[in-house]
Design a protein around this ligand. Structure first.
Ligand SMILES: Nc1ncnc2c1ncn2[C@@H]1O[C@H](COP(=O)(O)OP(=O)(O)OP(=O)(O)O)[C@@H](O)[C@H]1O
Ligand SMILES: [Mg+2]
Length: 442
């Protein structure tokens, strides 16, 4: 019989026996009976009637007492049974609530042996409660954290604090029942003393998916930081390169023309013809160098002729300069009229970077470019038959060409896929809505 039951029994008995009317009537009856007994003791031999009446009254009083006592015991037992039923109902309700909780609940005793597990905990750890109960909590914690964790729980027990969040600074890890798979958790711990024993309850949640999102977000933020630093660096490099090209290429060509022009007057007429031909060639070179430098700076052709022609020129120029045989194919190119300027620039730059990468990294013999429009979406594929791209290539910290491409496409509502090509090399596939997304600018 536990403390609550015995308290109830005492109160049941107390409520009947200590009732003032009952006590008054009982005392009066007992006093009267006592008086009768004294009278019978003194005069009993003279009056057999009195003696008989007293014996009868004594028997009735004893019988009444026995009846009252029996009734009290019976009603006390009924009360205790009611208390037990009420307690069982409350316990069942509590167990159902704990069991239906979305978070995993595990209670351990002072030896850190599991004494209670709910359904969510079974699912999270991948094991039935009948196998969890009685087992040490350690089994569900990665080996390297076990002793520290045990110490934390014991330390928490000494603080006397009722509950607290666990692992505020670091990520907490738990271990599934297979003993292999670790997963990150968010947890809180509470303690309670019951029947002189201390119990600790850990409420935890598997945060694998959230952690994956957080890690991706962190990685993307880092990439963006690197990208913006690299953009600034690239701007400076670009200025230096253009200055060098203007100086070395255009400057040289123009100086040569100037010298030719100066020497022209002194030449005999027969040689002048040939000199003029040479100067004409120099002028042609100057024009094409100027075009190339201008096209690198800003694809004016893109604004004047549109994406299809600009892409055609880019592929031709790439073929001539790199020696890689490159072909371009279009399907549904008429729909490119609807292309927004920001999408055209993003796609042009993506194509430029893909071709540069083929020249720099692929060691390819051939490359294929296709541009297709279907249902308002432009799909561009750039494929080569080179060495192929490896997953670790994509993680290179200093390489920002592909990351920049992806970022640029994302800004206009597009996406980029990088995969091994069926022919063995690399295939880049980008998809972007013709109109981009609202707010995107060139
Ligand atoms: N077509 C390809 N074939 C084989 N490997 C490739 C190809 N394209 C890219 N790679 C690999 O992927 C890496 C990342 O390319 P990415 O364009 O992002 O950077 P990068 O070309 O190295 O430098 P940059 O920042 O100047 O572009 C390259 O270093 C290369 O190893
Ligand atoms: Mg690159």
């Amino acid at each position: 019989m536990d403390e609550r039951e015995s308290r109830y029994l005492t109160s049941v008995k107390g409520s009947l026996i200590r009732h003032p009317a009952f006590i008054g009537a009982g005392t009066a009856a007992l006093l009267a009976l006592l008086g009768l007994n004294v009278a019978a003791f003194v005069r009993g031999l003279d009056s057999p009637w009195l003696l008989g009446a007293v014996i009868l009254a004594d028997v009735m009083a004893i019988g009444g007492g026995v009846l009252v006592a029996a009734r009290e015991v019976l009603s006390a037992e009924r009360g205790a049974a009611q208390v037990r039923t009420a307690l069982t109902d409350t316990q069942a309700r509590l167990a159902a609530i704990v069991d239906s909780a979305m978070d995993a609940v595990i209670t351990v005793d002072e030896d850190q042996k599991i004494v209670l597990v709910n359904r969510a905990a079974e699912q999270v750890f991948g094991i039935g409660r009948e196998r969890m109960i009685g087992a040490p909590l350690d089994r569900y914690i990665p080996a390297r954290f076990r002793s520290a964790h045990r110490g934390h729980i014991e330390g928490f027990g000494k603080t006397g604090v009722t509950s607290r969040r666990m692992g505020d600074i670091t990520t907490l890890w738990a271990l599934r029942a297979d003993g292999q798979t670790e997963f990150p958790i968010e947890a809180s711990i509470s303690q309670a003393v019951e029947g002189g024993r201390r119990y600790y309850t850990v409420i935890l949640r598997d945060i694998t998916v959230r952690k994956q999102y957080e890690d991706t977000l962190k990685r993307q933020q880092q990439e963006l930081r690197e990208l913006s630093a690299r953009v600034l660096e690239a701007r400076e490099e670009e200025k230096t390169r253009i200055a060098r090209e203007l100086h070395d290429e255009l400057g040289q060509l123009l100086t040569a023309l100037k010298m030719d022009l100066a020497g022209l007057r002194q030449l005999p007429p027969g040689e002048m013809e040939e000199k003029l031909r040479g100067m004409n060639q120099l002028l042609d070179q100057t024009v094409s160098s100027t075009r190339r430098i201008a096209a690198d700076l800003r694809p004016l052709m893109l604004d004047d002729l549109g994406l299809a022609d600009a892409a055609g020129w880019l592929v031709d120029d790439f073929g001539k300069r790199s020696g890689v045989a490159c072909r371009i194919e279009f399907s549904g190119a008429d729909a490119l009229d609807a292309l927004s300027k920001s999408v055209a620039t993003a796609v042009y730059r993506a194509l430029q970077e893909s071709l540069t990468n083929i020249a720099r990294h692929a060691s390819a013999k051939s490359a294929w470019v296709t541009l297709a429009v279907l249902d308002g979406v432009l799909q561009v594929e750039v494929e080569d038959d080179g060495r192929g791209i490896a997953p670790e290539d994509l993680a290179k910290a200093r390489s920002l060409g592909l990351k920049g491409m992806r970022e640029r496409l994302t800004q206009v509502g597009g996406a980029l896929e990088i995969a091994r090509a069926p022919r063995g090399g690399t295939r880049l596939r980008l998809r972007v809505p013709l109109r981009g997304i609202a707010g995107a600018s060139a």
